[in-house]
Ligand binder design. Structure first.
Ligand code: NAD
Length: 493
């Protein structure tokens, strides 16, 4: 499984000089030891990458018949699937993702998104012909945007990468991508696989680095669009950078603090299964998931019964070495992430939060960044653990009574990424979906990974969780612009 991964930029189909001596040290989250280092790409390397993507856009990619792009994306999907063990090992080493989860994410989800967009290219409606005056004809057609700068977070390195670049490439754009400084390995493997799949040089360029590298990419005048997944704070910084440099469209997938609302009409249903779904929704990927249902609101009559089941299950969840295929719950991605999570728990404890399950101190002897599932009773909706994204395995629970209070609590944060509602009342389910601010709302189900028909799921976040549609045909629309072309064939011009 140990694979030496080249972490130099990939520009024009070849490994390239990062043109900088700014070294980023990599730390293995399972033991806290140094696992590698690489140079962050400098301004000159970013410039070369953008120019190369421009040449590839003008010279070959945008003019290729969609079916040719489709063929390469489908080949790439097959290669990602075949290389899932290498990709999973890279994410395991870089950000502590349990190897089993990494295999699923690369082999099923990242490959699945790539194949979906390979198959969607020639089925996507590229435009419309609206009604016009007699003797005139207007065609509204989608054109690729050009060179897109894509910035990726570390929590689902392979999925977030392919969910972004597969529709970008399918729609005829070329891409300069920057993975997170915490998880450059899997993107480097996938960039090589893209060459093997036949993508012409420059269609997908890769620059490694941190926030400064991302900032330079965002500000570059040769970039036609920026697409970002990451925190709301960085999303705001990107908006500022775009405002201060060349104006370009921006798509932002940012942070969340998503609510899970359980109505008392669920009494008598399988509360163990519901408890497992709730815990999974909050703790998947060690809670490091944008759509984590990290606030749980339970209607008073079933509060005690449901909370006690969730706490029992949480206490039984044990962290382990992420390289062990049996491990379901690994370390957090970095020392910083662990410190942030423990800081939130300590603050909640000092401010009257009731610690129902305490995940601190797990596997301390390993030197790794472990925090196990933590559940905190907190009725004050202004508390920081209720208001702010923690991005770790911490679930804040409180009780409510009635629909209006549920809506008020669910909407009481700056975020609007996702929500889950448990109710047997169909009318109530629709009212909740309508009233809770969320880009995606699940009714009576866990927020599981999207496979199968889920690849076609398009959504746009609400409030400060970002904007721009990702997923499905909606992403192909996002990564293209609508041009109107009018033909006149009447007597008067
Ligand atoms: P982050 O914002 O710290 O970093 C994300 C990426 O942006 C990294 O590649 C980083 O190097 C880069 N970056 C940092 N500063 C930058 C700047 N000024 N200009 C340009 N690029 C910059 O986020 P993270 O810690 O890597 O990821 C966790 C966050 O991502 C959480 O807030 C999570 O909710 C969010 N996220 C959102 C979604 C979604 O679909 N909405 C999906 C996954 C993660």
């Amino acid at each position: 499984m140990s694979d030496t991964i080249d972490l130099t930029p990939m520009i024009d189909g070849q490994r390239a000089d990062p043109a900088s001596h700014r070294i980023i040290t990599q730390i293995d989250p399972a033991n806290g030891l140094k696992s590698g280092e690489f140079a962050a790409a400098g301004a000159e390397a970013i410039d070369r990458a953008v120019l190369s993507s421009r040449r590839a856009f003008d010279g070959v990619w945008s003019a290729l018949p969609p079916v040719a792009r489709a063929g390469m994306l489908k080949s790439l999907a097959g290669l990602i699937e075949a290389n899932a063990p290498r990709i999973a090992a890279a994410d395991c080493r870089d950000m502590g993702k349990p190897i089993g989860a990494g295999m699923f994410e690369a082999g099923m989800v990242a490959a699945g998104f790539t194949r979906y967009y390979g198959e969607a290219v020639d089925k996507w409606p590229r435009g419309a012909v609206p009604a016009t005056d007699a003797g005139a004809f207007e065609m509204q057609v989608r054109r690729p945007r050009g060179v897109i700068g894509a910035i990726i977070p570390w929590n689902f390195p392979a999925i977030n990468l392919m969910m972004k670049i597969a529709p970008m490439l399918a729609a005829g754009n070329t891409v300069v991508v920057k993975p997170s400084e915490l998880s450059p390995g899997s993107a480097s493997i996938i960039a090589e696989l893209a060459m093997e799949a036949g993508l012409p040089p420059g269609v997908l360029n890769l620059v490694q680095g941190d926030g400064a590298t991302g900032d330079a990419l965002v500000r570059h005048g040769g970039i036609d669009m920026v697409a970002f997944t990451g925190s709301t704070a960085t999303g705001k910084a990107i908006m500022r950078a775009v405002g201060e440099s060349t104006l370009k469209p921006v798509l932002l997938e940012c942070g969340g603090k998503s609510p899970e609302v359980v109505f008392a009409d669920m009494a008598g249903q399988d509360l163990d299964a519901i408890a497992a779904a709730i815990l999974g929704g909050a703790m998947q990927n060690q809670g490091q998931i944008c759509v984590a249902r990290s606030r749980l609101y339970i209607e008073a009559p079933i509060y005690d019964e449901l909370v006690s089941r969730i706490v029992t299950m949480a206490k039984a969840t044990k962290a382990g070495d992420p390289s062990n295929p049996e491990t379901r719950f690994g370390p957090l991605a970095s020392a910083r992430q662990k410190q942030i999570v423990e800081g939130f728990i300590a603050e909640a404890e000092s401010q009257g939060g009731e610690i129902l399950c305490d995940g601190r101190g797990a596997l301390a002897e390993s030197g790794g960044f472990y925090v196990e599932p933590t559940i905190i009773g907190q009725s004050d909706s202004s508390a920081r653990i209720v208001q702010q994204e923690i991005f770790g395995p911490v679930l804040a629970v409180s009780r409510f009574e009635g629909e209006n209070e549920a809506v008020r609590l669910a909407n009481a944060t700056p975020y609007g990424l996702a929500a889950t509602v448990w109710t047997r009342d169909l009318g109530r389910a629709h009212r909740m979906a309508d009233r809770i601010d969320a880009g995606m709302t699940k009714i009576m189900t866990a927020p599981v990974q999207r496979i199968g028909a889920g690849f076609s799921h398009s959504a746009e976040a609400a409030k400060q969780s970002g904007f721009g549609i990702e997923g499905g045909f909606g992403a192909l629309d996002s990564y293209s612009r609508l041009q109107a072309v009018e033909f006149h064939y009447g007597d008067t011009p």
